[in-house]
Ligand binder design. Structure first.
Ligand code: SOE
Length: 381
């Protein structure tokens, strides 16, 4: 069976995660890698055992490459996704789809015109018990949604000396915590509930209003202690923390909290969805367990187990109960669905995976949340 040849662009944190997940699929081969310079591309390709490397234009010119994964900083997503589509490549783009709504709209239109497969890496949808909650809602187990409470907490930007391109609006956009991880939370809660968020009221806080930007690369584990002269003070305008009130299309309410300065929370997404029949609650720190709340019966703890789940959730489980599946498995399961479409050569009419249109929606919600914070009032979506 000939394998689909893939190129990955960008090898920070998430690029290698894409490569690892793709290597677990039988019909895919990661053949080429692109980085900011040919030297870095070659170095990383050797490190990751990838045959070819080159700059972005060279990758696009490789006629046997059928799909491209864009894992670069946010400001590059639009030009790279546009060029890849125009070169006839299927595109899987990291979230957010682009830096602003106008760019996202152009990508959605272009992708539709080309008919090429287009996807956004909202991989957190692919925790099996997230799909179990969605299926429970679709089958009426939860009942009408009364309320949604969500949080997404991290601590990788906890110190004023924690620095990253995401702190720079020209590279990351005008929202940070909401656009970076709030987008996952908003995508997931609409995916599970089937509701649309129709109005938001947001309040942001920038805890560290100045951060220390290293003036030279900080070699990981080098043991070198940087001195004060090694840093520059940089004013920060994007949010470390955000509280957002939500109003949904069924008239009911919700709220989310997002923070990237929450000590001890490494990457914790939590959702509690209360319905007319039952409530469900899920925590990404223990992703193989689902709490089910009842008014007139004992509450339940559902363990991820193919034999206990609905077929729709079972379809994204590869291991039996007790053999836990986690973050890396979500990308494998997402890409498995995307590459079934790529094998057929075009975007299906109703893809099950998150598409550029979903990426556009998340940017729309994030822009309205930012608008609400700036205006300090309710904003309709
Ligand atoms: C950093 O906040 C980050 O890597 C996000 O960019 C990812 O989308 C999230 O899954 C984990 O944290």
């Amino acid at each position: 069976m000939s394998k689909i040849k893939v190129a990955v662009v960008g090898t920070g944190f998430i690029g290698p995660a894409h490569i690892e997940a793709l290597r677990r699929l039988p019909n895919v081969e990661v053949t080429a890698l692109c980085e900011a310079t040919p030297e870095l591309a070659r170095e990383k390709a050797n490190l990751l055992g990838i045959e070819r490397s080159g700059n972005f234009e060279e990758i696009l010119a490789m006629s046997d490459i059928q799909s491209i994964h864009i894992c670069t900083p946010n400001f590059l997503h639009f030009p790279q996704a546009k060029a890849a589509l125009l070169a006839g490549k299927h595109v899987i783009c990291e979230k957010p789809l682009s830096k602003d709504l106008k760019e996202a709209e152009e990508l959605v239109t272009l992708a539709k015109e080309t008919g090429l497969v287009n996807a956004v890496h909202f991989n957190l949808r692919y925790y099996p018990l997230v799909r179990q909650m969605k299926t429970m809602r679709e089958k009426g187990d939860i009942g009408e949604i009364y309320s949604v409470i969500g949080s997404y907490l991290q601590d990788w930007l906890f110190y004023a000396t924690d620095y990253n391109w995401r702190l720079e609006p020209d590279k990351s956009g005008d929202s940070r915590a909401i656009a970076d991880i709030g987008s996952h939370l908003m995508d997931m809660l609409e995916y599970i509930t089937g509701l649309k968020t129709v109005e938001v009221f947001a309040d942001f806080n920038t805890v560290h209003k100045t951060r220390k930007k290293p003036l030279k690369p900080v070699e990981t584990y080098s043991g070198k202690m940087l001195t004060p002269e090694d840093y520059a003070d940089v004013p920060i305008t994007t949010e470390d923390h955000a509280n957002v009130l939500l109003r949904f299309s069924n008239g009911n309410r919700g709220s989310i909290v997002v923070s990237q300065v929450a000590a001890g929370r490494k990457n914790q997404l939590k959702l509690e969805i209360s319905g007319a029949s039952k409530a469900v609650a899920w925590n990404s720190e223990s992703p193989n367990e689902l709490w089910i709340g009842n008014r007139d019966a004992a509450n339940q703890q559902l363990m991820r187990d193919p034999s206990l789940a609905y077929p729709e959730a079972r379809g994204i489980m590869s291991f039996p109960g007790g053999h836990n599946e986690g973050f890396p498995d979500t990308s494998k399961q997402l890409f498995k669905e995307v590459y079934q479409a790529i094998a057929e050569g075009k975007q299906p009419a109703n893809p099950g995976y998150p598409t550029f249109a979903d990426g556009y929606r998340e940017l729309l919600i994030c822009e309205k949340i930012l608008e609400s914070h700036r205006a300090q009032k309710w904003i309709k979506i």
